[in-house]
Structures are given as structure tokens and as C-alpha cells.
Design a protein. Structure first.
Length: 70
């Protein structure tokens, strides 16, 4: 590793820190996280609906089997 490589790395690190501290970058990150949380919530609701539908089908199958035996 040469001094030149070190200085380039240090400059890139300093530039990255400067970019991370900008309000625009923070707003972008907040928007991205908010969208991710909304996606998680939507997926959770969807899978809960699927679970309820599967439980309904299972209950109907059991009821049908009981009525067939009777």
C-alpha cells in the first residue's frame, strides 16, 4: 500500500461521510425505509389473509367430512 493509495482512500472516506450527512441523503434514506416498512406491513396483511382463507378451507373440509360420515 502506497501513500497515494492511502490518500485516495482517506479522500473517498471523507467524501462518503460528507454525503451521508447531507439532508437530501437523509430524506432519501428515510423515504426508502418508510417504503420498506409499508411493504412489510402490506405483505403481513396479505399473508394473514391467506392464512385465514386456508383455515376456512380446512374447516369446510372437516365439516364436509363429518357430514359425509353421518
Amino acid at each position: 500500500m502506497t501513500v497515494k493509495d492511502f490518500l485516495i482512500g482517506a479522500a473517498c472516506g471523507a467524501a462518503a461521510v460528507a454525503i451521508l450527512k447531507t439532508p437530501t441523503f437523509r430524506k432519501g434514506c428515510a423515504s426508502l425505509i418508510a417504503a420498506g416498512l409499508q411493504l412489510k406491513e402490506d405483505a403481513s396483511e396479505y399473508f394473514e389473509t391467506l392464512k385465514e382463507d386456508a383455515e376456512d378451507v380446512q374447516a369446510e373440509k372437516k365439516a364436509s367430512a363429518k357430514s359425509a360420515q353421518a
